[in-house]
Ligand binder design. Structure first.
Ligand code: AMP
Ligand code: GLY
Length: 430
């Protein structure tokens, strides 16, 4: 079959790469794709805007596309699935209503309250003055979140009242546009974060291997928040017993409550969790799509053909689908970023050494790259995702870093400590 993937990040390259390993998949079309999908055999980039639903539907219908996979949140929140389904296409990804679980933090909080899902206590504000008096009354630390989509930049974990006040002023002052005109203020949680991506057909929900992201730009989790600087899977903190609790206390109630609200949610439900020092899982946020870069470490470990799994979700027959199969061992991903990211950075820099890195047992997923003639040049803040698998997490990490030595571009930056937290058994003194 032909599968069409919407998006242009490292996540979409990884999805396309994995789909092409499914025996049933003949071709993957990426809209618009990147330099990586442009150079992948049996993969075709279609130069079309990810929000041009009409154009995408026309192409998919004329070319006999059997499954559309929507990668990013923006087209989902804009109603990609609703439009494409109405045109008779089969789509993996929730409808506009379902995507509210990510597109409005207030909506998601309300759903969690209704479903009795453990999460930080929160209040919603539509006026700066009320928000300011609330933080003065609550004190710091406290977390300020723009309600809507803000490309991962709408959250401030304020350690002082002054920081909280500045975040409120920013949001209501228009820093996030419409997304910040409503603000969620919640208690600050402590513990270890883990990302559980689960696939669902709206009735049944099955978790994938748990992963851990590295959100900050600097080593030892310092500096600004980013889209994610690296990841590894499986995350040892999410033991089988904890995964059972996450299924029962979080994933299953979320799907049941969505259904009770009349939402037929078929796609990924991504639970961003805080595991408290007492070992309890609390929801930090839900996303309505695969995580980036978590997908780049989860999919290389999946043995089950991805196309079959996503199609079973889109056609609502996940309950009868065989248990997911996984490779043993672990996977690690190091993000190579453009110098300056997540602030201003330059584009258009030639990249060398990708092929050499790939001969060293690494997979190089492209994120912000573009094929220009025969060359691959940088085209975004997060440029490449170097991924390796191994018998242990330590091996996978060492392999990924070894492969990076082959790759070069001007002002390339990456974190040197991906996975350090998980490499040492937690009982060992630091
Ligand atoms: P989000 O954009 O919702 O993923 O939030 C970005 C990051 O902010 C999360 O990955 C956490 O590290 C942090 N964060 C969000 N909410 C809280 C909270 N209630 N307590 C502590 N940290 C939080
Ligand atoms: N890695 C974080 C996200 O995908 O939202």
């Amino acid at each position: 079959m032909k599968v069409l993937v919407i998006g242009n990040g490292g996540r979409e390259h990884a999805i396309a790469w994995k789909l092409l390993q499914s025996p049933t998949v003949q071709q993957v079309i990426c809209v618009p794709g990147n330099g990586g999908t442009a150079t992948t055999p049996r993969c075709l980039n279609l130069a079309m805007n990810a929000l041009d639903f009409e154009g995408i539907a026309r192409f998919a219908l004329v070319n006999g596309v059997e499954l559309v996979v929507v990668g990013p949140e923006a087209p989902l929140a804009a109603g990609a699935t609703d439009y494409l389904q109405n045109q008779g296409l089969t789509v993996f990804g929730p409808t506009k209503m379902g995507a509210q679980i990510e597109a409005s933090k207030a909506w998601a909080k309300d759903l969690m309250r209704e479903a009795n899902i453990p999460t930080a206590a929160a209040m919603v504000f539509t006026e700066a003055s009320a928000a300011l008096s609330y933080v003065q009354q609550q004190g710091a630390p406290i977390v300020i979140k723009a309600d809507g989509l803000a490309a991962g930049k709408g959250v401030t974990v304020a350690t002082t009242i002054a920081d909280a006040e500045a975040a409120i002023a920013d949001a209501f002052g228009g820093k996030f546009g419409e997304a910040g005109q409503r603000v969620v203020i919640e208690t600050c949680l402590t513990g270890q974060e883990v990302s559980v991506l689960a696939v669902t057909d709206g009735l049944t929900i099955r978790p994938l291997l748990p992963a851990q992201d590295h959100k900050r730009i600097g080593d030892r989790d310092t500096g600004a928040n980013t889209g994610g600087m690296g990841a590894y899977a499986p995350a040892p903190i999410a033991t089988p017993a904890l995964m059972d609790r996450i299924q029962q206390e979080i994933l299953a109630p979320a799907i049941a409550t969505l259904r009770a609200r009349g939402i037929d949610y078929r796609g990924v439900l991504y639970a961003g969790l805080m595991i408290t020092p007492a070992g309890d899982p609390l929801v930090i946020e839900f996303n309505c799509r695969f995580g980036d870069p978590e997908t780049q470490v989860v999919l290389p470990l999946l043995e089950t053909p991805l196309a079959d799994l996503l199609l079973a979700c889109a056609e609502q027959r996940l309950e009868a689908f065989p248990p997911l199969e996984w490779k043993t061992g672990a996977a690690a991903c190091v993000v190579l970023a453009a110098g300056g990211y997540p602030e201003a950075y330059e584009k258009g820099k030639p990249i060398t050494g990708i092929e050499q890195a790939e001969t060293q047992d690494a997979i190089v997923f492209h994120a912000g790259t573009q094929k220009r003639g025969q060359a691959i040049v940088t085209d975004g803040g997060r440029v490449l995702n170097v991924v390796a698998t191994g018998d242990s997490l330590a091996t996978a990490i060492a392999q990924a870093y070894a492969a990076i030595n082959a790759i070069q571009f001007d002002e390339m930056y990456y974190r040197r400590d991906i996975g350090d937290q998980a490499k040492q058994p937690s009982s060992e003194p630091a």
